[in-house]
Design a protein around this ligand. Sequence first.
Ligand code: ATP
Ligand code: MG
Length: 422
Amino acid sequence: MSRLQPARGTADILPNNMAKHRLVIEAARTAASRYGFQEMATPIFEFSEVFSRPLGETSDIVTKENYSFTDRGGEMLTLRPENTAGVVRAVISGGLTQNLPLKYFYAGPMFRYERPQKGRLRQFHQVGIEYLGPDHSLADAEIIACGARLLAALGVLDDCVLHINSLGDGESRAAYRSALINYLEGFGDKLSEDSKTRLKVNPLRILDSKDIGDRSILRDAPQLQDYLNDGSKTHFATLVAALDAAGVSWVFDPLLVRGLDYYCHTAFEFVTNALGAQGTVLGGGRYDGLSEMLGGPKVSGVGWAAGVERLAMLVGEAVPATPKVAIVTADDTAQQAAFGLAEALRDAGIDIDLPTGGSMSKKLKKADKAGIRLVVIMGSDELAKNIVLLRDLSDGSQQELPLDAADKSHLAVAIAKSLPAP
Ligand code: ATP
Ligand code: MG
């Protein structure tokens, strides 16, 4: 560690950026709550099995992207790469499958060992919702509408296109899988190495291949939608009719299969071209088989996750909160009195900055530069007279206020009156 850098693919989030993260997370919390989702949190690490079972030993996330380690007690643990498996694990281990439907919202860090790029980190953050219980496609429509509402609240919905595909139920996918394998086997060696492996373990994921050779082979491949049975077709038709009724626009994307292996029926992504290659800001789908894969009872589920960093890059500036009031003093005696006053004003709900060290004029300059609006001046003259000066840095006007050692409420009232309404 010769240069003291954050670990590759991680980033410090300093106040300016944090203000944007908070804006995104608060908007997501509000949108989720509008639909009755309640916030919960799961641990950031789980037994490795929680992710390896449902994601499949062959998925990218498990083979290449996971952060796994053995702890001092010999347990195999994994930092969560996503939160759906953790939420479903929590529902099973908490015995909550008796209480369906459940609607959960979460926000927090996720970890994937990826090649870091703009909008692609090794520790990143997601907000997400999971709707557990219903297998009705109106649940799919509801979570998608919630995602659209979040993007609209952030002012970025118009920059995004909603792509939707239907993966169908198990029966439809099995029929399609054999047709796809049949077709792809005709190309034998022409497939990329990755796709050759996938042909054996998870052929549907080949549809997601970015390889140019694979893409041209896929152009004439059989289409999943031609293999959907009637139930799967109805599920999709009901979903898009509901989206149309809600005024959420969408495009059909037959190649959208998503990275994770446990989806059925609905798969969707909101994609923008404002972020270069990392264009997917929010994605999700239905995962009716997940609970059973984890060893629980059958529990239908549908949900999405959105990348906080990617959304934060799309939103305009957000201003971090700074106290609007500082107390400045000339010497240590005044500083002691100021410390007491600062606490009393904080009790009254006012954010106070109390700089230490430096001359009075230096403190005033710094306060002005930090965007602080009001300063309470407590010099030795003022203390001797038992007063303070309340100066408005925006126009230099000031007033004298009595400093009553026992009761500082009049000061709090005067300051509150001088502050612009929030
Ligand atoms: P991508 O195709 O960009 O790798 P993904 O399909 O792996 O995305 P999901 O697992 O669906 O992504 O995660 C949901 C969202 O989380 C993504 O749409 C994206 O906004 C965000 N996300 C995923 N991986 C990262 C990452 N490494 N860094 C930052 N954000 C990420
Ligand atoms: Mg990925």
